[in-house]
Design a protein around this ligand. Structure first.
Ligand code: PEP
Length: 259
């Protein structure tokens, strides 16, 4: 199975100049590394840089993604600050992240909001990297699987409402398991914990519909060049969604090489 290593740049780097420098480093590193076979790289820059990044990576093996899309179905209209799935695709991205915990936390993204966003993305042929994961309090209370199940119901509700979106979905949907308490903290769950949670995610989706039995499930949360090997060695972990360590070409590439 192909591995995926996806860099979520969040609201970084600070300037267009720094974005170009990071991308140049990344393209140079990719072109000189032979060991990236079987690992698909993707970067998700902030919206302001999405067009430039998508242009710059054309012809390379790197894909680009948005970090979010509008919840409104209209391709254009009076939605100040929003950007539709159609506009994201026009900017050159082929994927979007949805449901990142920072969107859930700072923008109160709910089940219904994410259901709408996922519908718009998939209908407009954007692939979706759907983020799920429990908070520290939920982890401590051993509620991880219950939280995951509730969050996965966005996918199962979507497919119940629109079964036509099932066709080819395992190529256009990636689940990223990101414990909120591991994001940007340097704390990570054990590989065994991640593996068991991924197995649960895969089984839950496969039992909903056998067409989902090969779902790609990535781990995200303080992945770096030092710990990537241990995650990559587990057969339930199909790659990584990387925040901080994706802002340096060297560490991002080291993670990709581990997978
Ligand atoms: C993220 O925000 O998706 C993430 C995984 O961040 P970090 O790698 O910095 O923990």
């Amino acid at each position: 199975m192909q591995a995926w290593v996806i860099g979520n740049w969040k609201q970084n780097p600070a300037t267009s100049h720094d974005v170009k420098a990071l991308l140049d480093d990344l393209l140079t590193a990719v072109s000189t590394k032979a060991q990236l076979d079987g690992c698909q790289l993707m970067v998700a820059p902030s919206l302001i840089h999405l067009t430039a990044v998508s242009e710059r990576i054309k012809g390379s093996s790197i894909l680009s993604a948005a970090q979010d899309i509008s919840a409104h179905s209209a391709s254009i209209g009076a939605y100040t600050g929003d950007c539709s799935a159609q506009q994201i695709a026009d900017a050159g991205a082929t994927w979007t992240i949805l449901g990142h915990s920072e969107r859930r936390q700072y923008h109160q993204e709910s089940h219904d909001c994410l259901l709408q966003k996922m519908t718009h993305a998939l209908t407009q042929n954007l692939g979706v990297i759907f983020c799920i994961g429990e908070t520290q309090a939920q982890y401590d209370a051993k509620q991880t699987l219950a939280v995951i199940d509730a969050q996965l119901s966005v996918i199962t509700d979507l497919l119940t409402q629109q079964p036509e979106l099932m066709a080819g979905l395992s190529e256009r949907l990636i689940v990223a398991y990101e414990p909120v308490w591991a994001i940007g903290t340097g704390k990570v769950p054990t590989v065994a914990e991640v593996s068991a949670t991924h197995q649960h995610i895969k089984q839950t989706l496969a039992s909903f519909n056998t067409a989902l039995e090969n779902m790609t499930v990535l781990y995200g949360g303080s992945v770096n060049a030092d710990n990537a090997d241990s995650f990559a060695a587990d057969s339930m972990i199909d790659g990584a969604l990387v925040g901080g360590a994706s802002l340096k070409a060297e560490s991002f590439l080291a993670i990709a090489q581990a997978f």
